[in-house]
Write a protein that binds this ligand. Structure first.
Ligand code: 9MR
Length: 356
Protein backbone atom coordinates (compact mmCIF):
# COMPACT_ATOMS: atom_id res chain seq x y z
CA UNK A 1 0.00 0.00 0.00
CA UNK A 2 1.22 3.50 -0.83
CA UNK A 3 2.27 5.46 2.26
CA UNK A 4 -0.30 8.22 1.85
CA UNK A 5 -3.15 5.76 1.55
CA UNK A 6 -1.84 3.92 4.61
CA UNK A 7 -1.91 7.20 6.50
CA UNK A 8 -5.38 7.98 5.25
CA UNK A 9 -6.57 4.58 6.43
CA UNK A 10 -4.95 5.13 9.82
CA UNK A 11 -6.67 8.49 10.20
CA UNK A 12 -10.02 7.06 9.15
CA UNK A 13 -9.64 4.05 11.45
CA UNK A 14 -10.83 5.34 14.83
CA UNK A 15 -14.38 6.09 13.66
CA UNK A 16 -14.61 3.22 11.18
CA UNK A 17 -13.55 0.69 13.80
CA UNK A 18 -15.05 2.46 16.78
CA UNK A 19 -16.89 -0.01 18.92
CA UNK A 20 -19.33 0.85 21.59
CA UNK A 21 -18.12 -0.93 24.72
CA UNK A 22 -14.53 -0.01 24.02
CA UNK A 23 -15.48 3.65 23.68
CA UNK A 24 -17.73 3.61 26.74
CA UNK A 25 -14.99 2.12 28.90
CA UNK A 26 -12.42 4.54 27.53
CA UNK A 27 -14.74 7.34 28.62
CA UNK A 28 -14.94 5.97 32.16
CA UNK A 29 -18.18 3.99 31.98
CA UNK A 30 -18.35 0.39 33.14
CA UNK A 31 -19.97 -0.99 30.02
CA UNK A 32 -22.04 -0.56 26.89
CA UNK A 33 -24.31 -3.58 26.73
CA UNK A 34 -27.33 -5.20 25.15
CA UNK A 35 -30.26 -7.42 25.97
CA UNK A 36 -30.45 -10.70 24.14
CA UNK A 37 -32.66 -13.77 24.14
CA UNK A 38 -32.15 -17.49 23.82
CA UNK A 39 -34.07 -17.92 20.54
CA UNK A 40 -31.71 -15.43 18.87
CA UNK A 41 -28.54 -17.37 19.45
CA UNK A 42 -28.83 -19.56 16.34
CA UNK A 43 -28.11 -16.56 14.10
CA UNK A 44 -24.33 -16.74 13.61
CA UNK A 45 -23.86 -13.19 12.34
CA UNK A 46 -25.89 -11.85 15.26
CA UNK A 47 -23.92 -13.91 17.77
CA UNK A 48 -20.59 -12.74 16.38
CA UNK A 49 -21.57 -9.13 17.14
CA UNK A 50 -23.20 -10.03 20.48
CA UNK A 51 -20.09 -11.78 21.74
CA UNK A 52 -17.65 -9.15 20.50
CA UNK A 53 -16.62 -7.58 23.77
CA UNK A 54 -15.35 -4.47 22.01
CA UNK A 55 -18.96 -3.87 20.98
CA UNK A 56 -20.86 -5.15 24.02
CA UNK A 57 -19.34 -5.51 27.46
CA UNK A 58 -22.57 -6.46 29.19
CA UNK A 59 -25.56 -8.73 28.51
CA UNK A 60 -29.08 -8.79 29.93
CA UNK A 61 -31.32 -11.82 29.38
CA UNK A 62 -34.52 -10.32 27.93
CA UNK A 63 -36.73 -13.08 29.29
CA UNK A 64 -34.95 -16.13 30.74
CA UNK A 65 -34.72 -14.97 34.36
CA UNK A 66 -38.39 -14.00 34.64
CA UNK A 67 -40.70 -15.72 37.11
CA UNK A 68 -42.56 -17.81 34.52
CA UNK A 69 -39.33 -19.63 33.68
CA UNK A 70 -37.74 -19.64 37.13
CA UNK A 71 -40.61 -20.89 39.31
CA UNK A 72 -43.25 -22.27 36.93
CA UNK A 73 -44.93 -24.10 39.80
CA UNK A 74 -44.96 -23.24 43.48
CA UNK A 75 -41.62 -24.35 44.92
CA UNK A 76 -40.35 -25.80 41.62
CA UNK A 77 -37.31 -23.88 40.40
CA UNK A 78 -35.78 -24.14 36.93
CA UNK A 79 -32.82 -21.95 35.99
CA UNK A 80 -32.11 -23.47 32.56
CA UNK A 81 -33.51 -20.67 30.41
CA UNK A 82 -31.70 -17.97 32.38
CA UNK A 83 -28.43 -19.86 32.36
CA UNK A 84 -28.18 -19.77 28.57
CA UNK A 85 -27.41 -16.05 28.61
CA UNK A 86 -25.54 -16.05 31.94
CA UNK A 87 -23.22 -18.80 30.63
CA UNK A 88 -22.67 -16.90 27.39
CA UNK A 89 -21.75 -13.76 29.32
CA UNK A 90 -19.38 -15.73 31.56
CA UNK A 91 -17.68 -17.36 28.56
CA UNK A 92 -16.75 -14.00 27.08
CA UNK A 93 -16.28 -12.22 30.43
CA UNK A 94 -19.15 -9.84 29.76
CA UNK A 95 -20.88 -8.25 32.73
CA UNK A 96 -24.34 -9.58 33.43
CA UNK A 97 -27.35 -7.48 34.38
CA UNK A 98 -29.83 -9.91 35.88
CA UNK A 99 -33.49 -9.17 35.08
CA UNK A 100 -35.69 -9.52 37.15
CA UNK A 101 -36.77 -10.86 40.54
CA UNK A 102 -40.21 -9.33 41.09
CA UNK A 103 -42.53 -8.06 38.36
CA UNK A 104 -46.30 -8.06 37.89
CA UNK A 105 -45.88 -9.36 34.32
CA UNK A 106 -44.59 -12.68 32.96
CA UNK A 107 -45.43 -14.24 36.30
CA UNK A 108 -46.17 -17.93 36.51
CA UNK A 109 -49.99 -18.35 36.42
CA UNK A 110 -50.11 -20.00 39.86
CA UNK A 111 -48.93 -16.76 41.49
CA UNK A 112 -52.02 -14.80 40.44
CA UNK A 113 -54.37 -17.80 40.72
CA UNK A 114 -53.60 -18.31 44.42
CA UNK A 115 -55.43 -16.45 47.16
CA UNK A 116 -52.76 -15.10 49.45
CA UNK A 117 -52.65 -13.63 52.90
CA UNK A 118 -49.83 -11.50 54.22
CA UNK A 119 -48.03 -14.33 55.95
CA UNK A 120 -47.96 -16.88 53.16
CA UNK A 121 -47.24 -14.35 50.39
CA UNK A 122 -44.34 -12.94 52.41
CA UNK A 123 -42.89 -16.41 52.89
CA UNK A 124 -43.34 -17.30 49.22
CA UNK A 125 -41.83 -14.01 48.00
CA UNK A 126 -38.83 -14.36 50.32
CA UNK A 127 -38.26 -17.89 49.04
CA UNK A 128 -38.53 -16.89 45.37
CA UNK A 129 -36.18 -13.92 45.62
CA UNK A 130 -33.65 -15.71 47.79
CA UNK A 131 -33.57 -18.89 45.69
CA UNK A 132 -33.24 -17.03 42.40
CA UNK A 133 -30.68 -14.45 43.50
CA UNK A 134 -28.56 -17.00 45.34
CA UNK A 135 -28.56 -19.27 42.28
CA UNK A 136 -26.63 -16.59 40.37
CA UNK A 137 -24.64 -15.38 43.39
CA UNK A 138 -21.38 -13.79 42.27
CA UNK A 139 -22.38 -13.69 38.61
CA UNK A 140 -24.66 -10.67 38.40
CA UNK A 141 -23.13 -7.23 38.21
CA UNK A 142 -26.63 -5.98 39.01
CA UNK A 143 -30.11 -7.31 39.73
CA UNK A 144 -33.33 -5.58 38.76
CA UNK A 145 -34.91 -6.50 42.08
CA UNK A 146 -38.31 -4.95 41.45
CA UNK A 147 -39.44 -4.05 37.95
CA UNK A 148 -42.17 -1.58 37.02
CA UNK A 149 -43.86 -1.20 40.40
CA UNK A 150 -45.34 2.24 39.65
CA UNK A 151 -48.33 3.77 37.87
CA UNK A 152 -47.82 6.76 35.58
CA UNK A 153 -48.88 9.18 38.34
CA UNK A 154 -46.21 7.83 40.66
CA UNK A 155 -48.52 5.82 42.90
CA UNK A 156 -47.83 2.15 43.47
CA UNK A 157 -49.09 -0.26 40.84
CA UNK A 158 -51.84 -2.60 41.93
CA UNK A 159 -50.69 -6.20 41.53
CA UNK A 160 -50.66 -9.42 43.52
CA UNK A 161 -47.73 -8.19 45.63
CA UNK A 162 -48.89 -4.63 46.37
CA UNK A 163 -52.52 -5.59 46.89
CA UNK A 164 -51.60 -8.04 49.65
CA UNK A 165 -48.47 -6.57 51.19
CA UNK A 166 -48.53 -2.84 50.36
CA UNK A 167 -45.13 -1.21 49.97
CA UNK A 168 -43.70 -3.80 52.34
CA UNK A 169 -43.09 -6.04 49.32
CA UNK A 170 -40.33 -3.74 48.03
CA UNK A 171 -38.51 -4.07 51.35
CA UNK A 172 -38.93 -7.83 51.41
CA UNK A 173 -37.53 -8.16 47.90
CA UNK A 174 -34.51 -5.90 48.50
CA UNK A 175 -33.77 -7.52 51.84
CA UNK A 176 -33.76 -11.05 50.41
CA UNK A 177 -31.76 -10.03 47.33
CA UNK A 178 -29.09 -8.45 49.53
CA UNK A 179 -28.94 -11.54 51.72
CA UNK A 180 -28.72 -13.83 48.71
CA UNK A 181 -26.09 -11.93 46.74
CA UNK A 182 -24.13 -9.37 48.76
CA UNK A 183 -21.96 -8.50 45.74
CA UNK A 184 -24.71 -7.65 43.25
CA UNK A 185 -25.85 -4.06 42.80
CA UNK A 186 -29.54 -3.92 43.61
CA UNK A 187 -31.74 -1.83 41.32
CA UNK A 188 -35.29 -0.59 41.01
CA UNK A 189 -36.06 -0.56 37.23
CA UNK A 190 -38.90 1.19 35.38
CA UNK A 191 -39.99 3.05 32.23
CA UNK A 192 -41.17 6.66 31.94
CA UNK A 193 -38.90 7.68 34.79
CA UNK A 194 -36.32 9.21 32.43
CA UNK A 195 -37.39 12.81 32.89
CA UNK A 196 -38.52 14.69 35.99
CA UNK A 197 -42.19 14.18 36.87
CA UNK A 198 -44.55 12.27 39.15
CA UNK A 199 -43.39 8.80 38.13
CA UNK A 200 -39.76 9.70 38.63
CA UNK A 201 -40.73 11.11 42.05
CA UNK A 202 -42.38 7.76 42.75
CA UNK A 203 -39.11 5.98 41.97
CA UNK A 204 -37.30 8.31 44.37
CA UNK A 205 -39.88 7.44 47.02
CA UNK A 206 -39.01 3.76 46.50
CA UNK A 207 -35.29 4.51 46.93
CA UNK A 208 -36.01 6.33 50.20
CA UNK A 209 -38.39 3.59 51.35
CA UNK A 210 -35.62 1.02 51.07
CA UNK A 211 -32.97 3.30 52.55
CA UNK A 212 -35.19 4.39 55.47
CA UNK A 213 -35.76 0.74 56.32
CA UNK A 214 -31.99 0.39 56.71
CA UNK A 215 -31.80 -1.81 53.61
CA UNK A 216 -29.58 -1.62 50.55
CA UNK A 217 -30.55 -0.20 47.17
CA UNK A 218 -27.69 0.63 44.82
CA UNK A 219 -29.29 1.98 41.70
CA UNK A 220 -32.24 3.00 39.58
CA UNK A 221 -32.61 1.58 36.09
CA UNK A 222 -33.99 3.99 33.50
CA UNK A 223 -35.44 1.72 30.84
CA UNK A 224 -35.60 4.43 28.14
CA UNK A 225 -38.02 2.98 25.58
CA UNK A 226 -38.38 6.13 23.51
CA UNK A 227 -40.07 7.35 20.32
CA UNK A 228 -38.09 9.16 17.61
CA UNK A 229 -38.63 12.91 17.98
CA UNK A 230 -40.14 12.55 21.47
CA UNK A 231 -37.07 11.68 23.52
CA UNK A 232 -36.66 13.81 26.66
CA UNK A 233 -34.05 16.53 26.19
CA UNK A 234 -30.50 16.00 27.42
CA UNK A 235 -31.07 18.57 30.19
CA UNK A 236 -34.21 16.77 31.37
CA UNK A 237 -32.41 13.44 31.37
CA UNK A 238 -29.36 14.80 33.17
CA UNK A 239 -31.34 16.59 35.87
CA UNK A 240 -33.51 13.52 36.31
CA UNK A 241 -30.46 11.27 36.72
CA UNK A 242 -29.01 13.69 39.25
CA UNK A 243 -32.26 13.60 41.20
CA UNK A 244 -31.51 9.92 41.79
CA UNK A 245 -27.77 10.15 42.29
CA UNK A 246 -28.36 12.87 44.89
CA UNK A 247 -30.02 10.14 46.96
CA UNK A 248 -26.73 8.25 46.92
CA UNK A 249 -27.56 5.62 44.29
CA UNK A 250 -26.22 4.88 40.81
CA UNK A 251 -28.29 5.10 37.66
CA UNK A 252 -28.05 3.10 34.44
CA UNK A 253 -29.85 3.23 31.13
CA UNK A 254 -31.14 -0.31 31.10
CA UNK A 255 -33.37 -0.92 28.06
CA UNK A 256 -32.68 1.79 25.49
CA UNK A 257 -34.48 1.65 22.15
CA UNK A 258 -35.97 4.46 20.06
CA UNK A 259 -38.76 3.41 17.75
CA UNK A 260 -39.76 5.19 14.58
CA UNK A 261 -42.92 5.28 12.54
CA UNK A 262 -42.29 2.99 9.58
CA UNK A 263 -41.05 3.25 6.93
CA UNK A 264 -37.60 4.45 7.87
CA UNK A 265 -36.35 7.33 5.74
CA UNK A 266 -33.40 9.71 5.79
CA UNK A 267 -35.26 12.14 8.01
CA UNK A 268 -36.51 9.86 10.78
CA UNK A 269 -33.21 7.96 10.83
CA UNK A 270 -31.33 11.25 11.24
CA UNK A 271 -33.64 12.21 14.13
CA UNK A 272 -33.16 8.76 15.65
CA UNK A 273 -29.42 9.34 15.58
CA UNK A 274 -29.84 12.65 17.41
CA UNK A 275 -32.12 10.96 19.94
CA UNK A 276 -29.70 8.10 20.67
CA UNK A 277 -26.91 10.66 21.03
CA UNK A 278 -29.06 12.60 23.50
CA UNK A 279 -29.72 9.67 25.82
CA UNK A 280 -26.24 8.20 25.74
CA UNK A 281 -24.87 11.75 26.04
CA UNK A 282 -26.92 12.31 29.21
CA UNK A 283 -25.38 9.23 30.79
CA UNK A 284 -21.94 10.48 29.79
CA UNK A 285 -22.52 13.72 31.68
CA UNK A 286 -23.48 12.05 34.94
CA UNK A 287 -20.66 10.39 36.79
CA UNK A 288 -22.85 7.87 38.58
CA UNK A 289 -24.56 6.77 35.38
CA UNK A 290 -22.61 3.53 35.18
CA UNK A 291 -23.49 2.31 31.70
CA UNK A 292 -25.95 1.95 28.86
CA UNK A 293 -27.81 -1.18 27.77
CA UNK A 294 -29.78 -1.30 24.52
CA UNK A 295 -32.86 -3.57 24.45
CA UNK A 296 -31.32 -5.71 21.74
CA UNK A 297 -29.31 -4.28 18.87
CA UNK A 298 -30.83 -5.94 15.78
CA UNK A 299 -34.20 -4.81 14.38
CA UNK A 300 -35.63 -8.28 13.68
CA UNK A 301 -35.14 -9.18 17.37
CA UNK A 302 -36.73 -6.06 18.81
CA UNK A 303 -39.95 -6.33 20.87
CA UNK A 304 -41.21 -3.08 19.30
CA UNK A 305 -43.01 -4.15 16.07
CA UNK A 306 -44.93 -6.86 17.91
CA UNK A 307 -46.34 -4.36 20.40
CA UNK A 308 -46.59 -1.01 18.59
CA UNK A 309 -48.33 -1.38 15.23
CA UNK A 310 -46.66 0.71 12.51
CA UNK A 311 -43.49 1.27 14.54
CA UNK A 312 -40.13 -0.45 14.29
CA UNK A 313 -36.47 -0.05 13.37
CA UNK A 314 -35.84 0.89 16.99
CA UNK A 315 -32.35 -0.57 17.40
CA UNK A 316 -28.86 0.09 16.04
CA UNK A 317 -28.65 -2.57 13.29
CA UNK A 318 -30.97 -3.11 10.30
CA UNK A 319 -32.19 -6.53 9.12
CA UNK A 320 -29.17 -6.89 6.82
CA UNK A 321 -26.73 -6.08 9.66
CA UNK A 322 -25.81 -2.67 8.32
CA UNK A 323 -25.75 -0.03 11.02
CA UNK A 324 -28.36 2.65 11.55
CA UNK A 325 -27.09 6.24 11.45
CA UNK A 326 -27.95 6.09 15.17
CA UNK A 327 -24.91 3.89 15.71
CA UNK A 328 -22.79 6.91 14.86
CA UNK A 329 -24.97 9.05 17.12
CA UNK A 330 -23.98 6.73 19.98
CA UNK A 331 -20.32 6.86 18.93
CA UNK A 332 -20.47 10.65 18.96
CA UNK A 333 -21.96 10.68 22.45
CA UNK A 334 -19.33 8.26 23.72
CA UNK A 335 -16.46 10.24 22.23
CA UNK A 336 -17.51 13.88 22.61
CA UNK A 337 -18.62 13.88 26.21
CA UNK A 338 -15.78 12.14 27.91
CA UNK A 339 -15.71 14.60 30.79
CA UNK A 340 -18.41 15.18 33.32
CA UNK A 341 -19.47 18.83 33.42
CA UNK A 342 -18.97 20.18 36.93
CA UNK A 343 -22.20 20.63 38.82
CA UNK A 344 -23.07 24.09 40.04
CA UNK A 345 -21.75 24.18 43.57
CA UNK A 346 -24.30 23.98 46.37
CA UNK A 347 -22.24 26.67 48.11
CA UNK A 348 -23.33 29.17 45.47
CA UNK A 349 -26.94 28.63 46.45
CA UNK A 350 -26.37 29.63 50.10
CA UNK A 351 -28.37 32.69 51.00
CA UNK A 352 -26.17 33.61 53.96
CA UNK A 353 -22.38 33.93 53.65
CA UNK A 354 -20.37 31.23 55.33
CA UNK A 355 -18.76 32.46 58.54
CA UNK A 356 -15.39 30.90 59.04
O1 9MR B 1 -38.11 -8.08 25.45
C1 9MR B 1 -39.10 -8.73 26.21
C2 9MR B 1 -40.08 -9.42 25.28
O2 9MR B 1 -39.43 -10.46 24.57
C3 9MR B 1 -41.25 -9.96 26.05
O3 9MR B 1 -42.21 -10.48 25.16
C4 9MR B 1 -41.85 -8.83 26.88
C5 9MR B 1 -43.03 -9.29 27.68
O4 9MR B 1 -43.53 -8.24 28.45
O5 9MR B 1 -40.86 -8.32 27.75
C6 9MR B 1 -39.84 -7.71 27.06
O6 9MR B 1 -38.95 -7.06 27.92
C7 9MR B 1 -39.51 -6.04 28.74
C8 9MR B 1 -38.68 -5.97 30.00
O7 9MR B 1 -38.63 -7.23 30.61
C9 9MR B 1 -39.22 -4.94 30.96
N1 9MR B 1 -39.38 -3.66 30.35
C10 9MR B 1 -40.09 -3.64 29.07
C11 9MR B 1 -39.46 -4.66 28.11
C12 9MR B 1 -40.14 -4.57 26.74
O8 9MR B 1 -41.46 -4.99 26.84
Amino acid sequence: MHLSSTLAAAVALPLASAQLNQLAQKAGKLYFGTATDTGELTNAEYVSILTNTKEFGQLTPANGMKWQFIEPENGVFNFTEGEIVSNLAAKDKQLLRCHNLVWHSQLAPWVTATTWDKANLTAMLREHVYREASHWRGQCYAWDVVNEGLNEDGTYRSDVFYDTLGDEYFKIAFEEAARADPGAKLYYNDYNIESPGPKSEGAKRIVRLIQDAGLRIDGVGLQSHFIVGETPTIDQQISNMRGFTDLGVDVAITELDIRLQLPADAENLAQQSVDYRTSVGACMQVKRCVGVTVWDFYDPFSWVPGVFAGFGDATLYFDNFTKHPAYNGVVEALTNNTKCKPRPSKMLKRSKPLIV
